[in-house]
Ligand binder design. Structure first.
Ligand code: DQA
Length: 151
């Protein structure tokens, strides 16, 4: 079975590599996605990727995933902490979503400890740098393979 996973990255993540490297690491988003695509290929997982700094474009990407993705790795950036629109979109699409962060949001400023998205996600992975994305892929594949067959 080839699983189709969509990786969605939110605001400011296009600047990875140059943005606060002491917090988010030295890898660029392109490098992370290239690595993840190779990691997925070894496991029979096809990776598609979308990044936007615009909340509505992220909502649209989640809607488009209906019928085209089995699961979503989602780093919503700062929107994690306050976007009810993204929370409603995740709840609406009925696709498992893993909220994913490079940094350990619980070890940083107080406002980063709250996620309005986590309650409607399958789970949350945070604090492992670029490896957080690989862990999210593993979590989704494990969940998809444990699901009872339809029909
Ligand atoms: C982040 C954590 C968020 O709090 C922050 O706003 C980001 C990146 C992370 O991957 O660690 O933009 O989602």
């Amino acid at each position: 079975m080839t699983w189709k996973l969509l990786v969605v990255n939110g605001p400011n993540l296009n600047l990875l590599g140059e943005r606060e490297p002491e917090v988010y690491g030295a890898a660029t988003l392109n490098e992370i996605i290239t690595d993840l695509t190779a990691y997925g290929a070894e496991r029979g997982v096809a990776i598609a990727h979308f990044q936007s700094n615009v909340e509505g474009e992220l909502v649209d990407a989640l809607h488009r995933a209906r019928g085209s993705a089995d699961g979503i790795v989602f780093n919503p950036g700062a929107f994690s902490h306050y976007s009810i629109a993204l929370r409603d979109a995740i709840a609406a699409i009925g696709i498992p979503v893993v909220e994913t962060h490079l940094s350990n949001v619980h070890a940083r400023e107080d406002f980063r400890r709250t996620s309005v998205l986590a309650p409607v996600c399958l789970g949350v992975i945070a604090g492992f740098g670029a490896a957080s994305y690989r862990l999210a892929v593993d979590a989704l594949v494990g969940c998809l393979e444990a699901r009872p067959a339809e029909g």
